[in-house]
Design a binder for this molecule. Structure first.
Ligand SMILES: C[S@@+](CC[C@H](N)C(=O)[O-])C[C@H]1O[C@@H](n2cnc3c(N)ncnc32)[C@H](O)[C@@H]1O
Length: 217
């Protein structure tokens, strides 16, 4: 064996291809050169309307993060399903108690893979196709914001929610989904009005299956 300078470590073609794929998929994700709190700012990943992305206002993301921290309790586990802004807000260290819960983000947009092990790739078209490490009924609170206002989409996302949830569910979607949300998950509509960074044409609401403060605020 020689220890000359010629022995430059090299990556196999397979590893190199996997790395290139990772970098191309996460391009446009949060800037890793910024401070941790900037990487988790709502909007650190730009909205892409082709994926039906409409981020909450900072205030709404904070209110929803406060709600899930309160409801998850000490050491609780939170799943943010197609709701990356709430995940980001939980990680920004600005919500009291957020350091005493754990959170993951289930997302179709691989730019969020920049968040490492907290990112779980999720396509609602395959509602139960989740990694083996994601145990059934292992999340104290499941918060979901499905990409489309359709029966087909909500029915599939409801399968995922039931699979993940220990009990508490917080769904954010159009008010027109009220009847279906009740049928599928026994959810009640809250008076709390979530806001987005851009105005949406549809009336938007939160729905819960537990006695939440959001029901009457
Ligand atoms: C209406 S937005 C909800 C975002 C939320 N308002 C927030 O600020 O975090 C819908 C989300 O669904 C995700 N999405 C798009 N296509 C999807 C798919 N096939 N399966 C699961 N999620 C998808 C989008 O990336 C987006 O984050």
């Amino acid at each position: 064996m020689s220890d000359s300078d010629d022995d430059v470590p090299t990556l196999s073609a397979h590893t190199l291809a996997a790395l290139q794929e990772f970098y191309s998929e996460t391009r446009g994700g949060p800037d890793p050169s910024t401070s941790p709190s900037d990487q988790f700012t709502v909007g650190a990943v730009e909205e892409d309307w082709r994926m039906s992305q409409f981020w909450y206002s900072d205030e709404t993301a904070t209110q929803l993060a406060e709600e899930v921290v309160r409801e998850a309790g000490e050491g609780g586990r939170i799943a943010c399903v197609s709701a990356p802004s709430v995940y980001q807000k939980l990680k920004q260290n600005v919500v009291g108690g957020s350091d005493r819960v754990s959170a993951v983000v289930l997302e179709y947009d691989r730019r969020f893979a920049a968040y490492g092990d907290d990112f779980i790739f999720y396509d609602y078209n395959e509602p139960l196709s989740l990694p083996a490490g994601v145990a059934p009924q292992s999340f104290d609170v499941v918060l979901a914001d499905p990409p489309y206002l359709s029966e087909e989409c909500l029915s599939k996302v409801a399968q995922t929610i039931k699979h993940l949830s220990k009990g508490k569910v917080l769904l954010c979607t159009g008010a027109i989904m009220e009847k279906l949300a009740k049928e599928l998950l026994d959810l009640k509509m809250c008076s709390f009005l979530p806001k987005h960074n851009r105005n949406l044409s549809n009336e938007f609401r939160c729905f819960v299956n537990y006695p939440s403060r959001l029901l009457s605020c």
